[in-house]
Design a protein around this ligand. Structure first.
Ligand SMILES: [Zn+2]
Length: 156
């Protein structure tokens, strides 16, 4: 391999790494936006529950809202779970993980938690799946809010 080829290869590799890093940042931004969407949805459900309860009070009718409340609470449970998953995915994209014992954010390669000493299990294999899933959805870089989050992430 000539000297020229070698330097070309280095440039290409560096470029690849940069793209990969930018991609991860974009994915983190996307997950953060999704978390905000879920939080807004939960707020909307709280509002509608409140309205329903007040309606029942004001009408003084014997309407049964128990089933409705049960359904809405289940929706909140699901959204909360989604938020938890998204937070975990963000950590993995940052090459971090959460200690299941003390909930400290620690480096993904640690076998033991530096905070509490709990043995860790490797969460690495899940990362590829997440990235695959996110790459399926196209990231719209023209979205102003997202671009702003990406900029913020780059500064960190
Ligand atoms: Zn710990």
């Amino acid at each position: 391999m000539s000297c020229l080829d070698k330097s070309k290869e280095t440039v290409m590799n560096t470029c690849k790494i940069t793209v990969n890093k930018t991609n991860k940042i974009a994915q983190r931004a996307k997950l953060k936006m999704r978390i905000n969407e879920y939080k807004n949805k939960i707020e909307d459900i709280y509002n509608s529950i409140g309205k329903k309860v007040y309606e029942k009070h004001i009408r003084e009718e014997d309407i049964n809202i128990e089933e409705y409340l049960e359904n809405e609470c289940e929706k909140i449970d699901k959204l909360s779970k989604e938020i938890e998953n998204a937070i975990e995915h963000i950590l993995i994209l940052k090459d971090m993980k959460k200690c299941p014992e003390c909930f400290s954010e620690i480096m993904i390669q640690y076998n033991f938690c530096p905070n509490c000493g709990k043995k860790q299990y490797n969460a690495k294999p899940r990362e590829e799946k997440i990235i695959e899933k996110l790459e399926d959805e196209d990231i719209d870089s023209t979205n102003e809010k997202e671009a702003q989050i990406i900029e913020e992430e780059k500064e960190n």
